[in-house]
Design a protein around this ligand. Structure first.
Ligand code: ZN
Length: 489
């Protein structure tokens, strides 16, 4: 194992801490998986890519990692975890589908998008619906410890009681008195002792189609419970990393902390990690705002807000250009410049493969490697790492232009540098650049442009415009210059 000093920012202690696993034999990492079924939308890409980088780097450092990312297929409600109808159940009822058909449909789309983004699959992907028995047992233990109560067939977590013994709100920095003052009394909440209490088990209303038998009622588990239960089942009572989007800190992760403390009387998680959110043109993403863009729509360009298609690697690169704790704002301008930058990086990688070794070497790959590790060790600072990769591209260009030279060993070291940091750790694949330069592909585009030139010469503007527009929709940039036509992808 390489000597390293990986530090990660712990959202609970609010400082960077040296990463030291609880058990060297296996690092346990749990990340809250997709919680809103929206065809694999852009919001899913950021946590997936963030924790993909953590997963890749820990493995690179020599750790065996068990990465668990759950599938929330029951109990997650759109507005309030205790109220309303389950989203999956609602869609299933409206479209007369078996609920598991709805789950599978979205899951397939999610997996497809993740594969396109080169996100590695986790070690285990447990479904909440497949762990009902474990969740019931978990509730029974919390009831025994006195931090929950049964009310009209439902089970609620007693937040004020827990707060008095352990303190509630440490992760989100919310104070219980403040919460009490701002929590609205909603319909159907009269069965709770305190407005801040949350459901561990909910008795199902007659129209609710997803329900299971339990000692308390025919019902379903509360959303927060699945993560406490499944992380303990697969990673043990204490594990290393728990991740998710910042929006999950409250109430979801705060409730998870309370549940596991009430269950085990010890904290379950050593490092809490949260990625920041994505905005589109400066606005939060939301269905009502009309800026809810799926990953497939990004890949095809098929959305009114998108001026063109953006490849999965462009999306991945764009997200990694920001540190995971910083915000990312999607706009056509920002994505286009990411596309250009990625093109430069991949061109550099391609040129590197063509370099012939010189007599003597003048470049210093060790220095680049040291800086790259330093960036990764500093709370996975991918933007700094990308900067180091561009420094390497500059060196490649200098060699190509004859301003520097590299011997065979140095060229090998530089190739290893790119393979490690660009391909293995950042997960940026050079494929797209190769495809662009693929002769048959290039030939086909040239042929289309030749037909367009002939159409123009014949004043057949309709055909000429059709070819240009269709190529543009596919992501080709066609430019008419004085000397002819230039194109790029
Ligand atoms: Zn969760």
């Amino acid at each position: 194992m390489r000597e390293h000093q990986l530090t990660i920012y712990n959202s609970l202690t609010r400082r960077k801490e040296l990463f030291k696993p609880i058990n060297d034999a296996m690092v346990g990492m749990y990340v809250c998986g997709p919680t809103v079924y929206g065809d694999g939308h852009l919001g899913h890409a950021r946590p997936a890519i963030t924790f993909d980088i953590v997963f890749r780097y820990l493995q690179h450092l020599g750790y065996k990692v068990r990465y668990v990312r759950n599938i929330t297929d029951v109990g997650h409600l759109e507005h309030d975890a205790d109220e309303g109808e389950d989203k999956i159940a609602k869609k299933a009822r409206l479209e007369q589908l078996e609920p598991m058909e709805v789950v599978q449909y979205y899951l397939n789309r999610y997996h497809h998008a993740m594969e396109a983004l080169n996100v590695l699959p986790p070690s285990i992907e447990p479904h909440a619906s497949g762990h009902i028995i474990e969740q019931i047992k978990y509730i029974e233990k919390i009831l025994e410890s006195g931090y929950a109560y049964v009310s009209e067939g439902s089970v609620y977590f007693d937040v004020p009681k827990f707060n008095a013994d352990f303190g509630y709100g440490k992760l989100s920095g919310r104070n219980i008195d403040e919460l009490l003052a701002t929590t609205r009394e909603l319909d159907g909440q009269t069965e709770k002792r305190n407005p801040t209490d949350f459901a561990l088990w909910k008795k199902a209303a007659p129209e609710h189609i997803m329900h299971w038998p339990s000692p308390w009622s025919e019902g379903f588990p509360g959303w927060h419970l699945e993560c406490s239960t499944m992380s303990e089942k697969y990673l043990g009572e204490q594990f290393d990393i728990h991740g998710g989007g910042m929006d999950l800190k409250f109430p979801h992760h705060e409730c998870e902390i309370a549940q596991s403390m009430a269950h085990n009387h010890a904290p379950a998680v050593k490092y809490w990690m949260h990625n920041n959110m994505i905005t589109i043109n400066g606005k939060k993403m939301g269905k009502s705002l009309g800026n809810f863009i799926t990953l497939d729509e990004f890949f095809t360009g098929n959305h009114p807000l998108l001026e063109q298609a953006y490849s999965p690697m462009t999306i991945r690169f764009f997200i990694l250009q920001a540190h995971y704790r910083g915000t990312v704002d999607f706009s056509n301008e920002a994505l286009k410049s990411a596309e250009t930058a990625l093109g430069r990086l991949l061109d550099g990688y391609r040129r590197l493969q063509e370099i012939k070794p010189g007599e003597k070497g003048t470049i210093n790959v060790d220095e680049l490697t040291a800086r790259a590790y330093e960036a990764m060790d500093d709370d996975l600072n991918t933007p700094i790492l990308i900067g180091v990769l561009f420094d390497a591209v500059r060196i490649i260009n200098q060699i190509k232009d004859g301003h520097a030279s590299a011997d065979a060993d140095e060229i090998e070291a530089l190739k290893k540098f790119f393979n490690t940091f660009m391909i293995e750790l950042l997960g940026i694949l050079p494929k797209e650049s190769a495809e662009t330069n693929d002769a048959p592909y290039k030939g086909a585009v040239d042929l289309l442009l030749q037909i367009r030139a002939e159409a123009k010469a014949n004043k057949d503007w309709a055909t000429s415009d059709l070819i240009r527009d269709r190529l543009a929709a596919l992501g080709f940039n066609v430019k008419d210059t004085k000397t002819g036509v230039e194109w790029s992808l």
